[in-house]
Write a new protein. Structure first.
Length: 183
């Protein structure tokens, strides 16, 4: 399922304030936007021990997609079958989960959307592959910071007797830069 299709599912909410749309992506179930927000406030014992990691990602069109997920094999851990939830299979890639015992203020759909949008802005943003690649390239371009022991080993292995005064001076300048980069 594409993000556009998931956005349509999440935006079609009318009176289903407490329904989580779980989308199957391989061996994982993911919840996006309003559904992820519902899972963030739905507390189970297992979720308190290891809460779901909520993330956000800004898409090319500026839309912020908030999401969380868990392995299909861990569904009972995060959504226990204790009567507080009801599972409704929609198709092979989607299960709707109705949270019966969740307390949500009775407000209009627009107010709820604003609340979800505020929550999405508070989440840590996931970096795109391009951002990670650019950061990696910057790290490779940065000079390697040496440890103090590396510098000392370099000094001790230097054959001063065989160096000219000019070479010694150049070496000293380079050594000075290395030491300065450490601080």
């Amino acid at each position: 399922m594409t993000i556009a299709e998931i956005r349509q599912i999440e935006e079609k909410r009318n009176d289903s304030h407490n329904t989580v749309h779980l989308i199957r992506e391989g061996d994982w179930y993911r919840a996006h936007d309003w559904s992820a927000w519902l899972l963030s406030i739905f507390q189970t014992t297992a979720a308190l021990e290891k809460p779901l990691k909520m993330m956000a990602k800004q898409l090319k069109d500026g839309y912020i997609d908030a999401f969380c997920g868990f392995p299909c094999s861990s569904m009972n851990k995060y959504l226990p079958g204790d009567g507080s939830i009801e599972f409704i299979p929609v198709n092979d890639n989607q299960i709707d989960v109705i949270l019966k015992k969740i307390e949500i203020e009775e407000t209009t759909i627009e107010q709820m959307r604003l609340k979800v949008d505020e929550w999405k802005l508070s989440l840590p943003m996931q970096e795109s592959k391009r951002q990670r690649r650019d950061e990696h390239e910057l790290q490779e371009q940065a000079p390697r910071i040496m440890r103090f022991t590396d510098i000392m080993a370099n000094i001790l292995s230097l054959p001063l007797e065989d160096m000219s005064p000019r070479d010694s001076y150049e070496y000293l300048r380079e050594l000075r830069k290395q030491v300065a980069s450490m601080f």
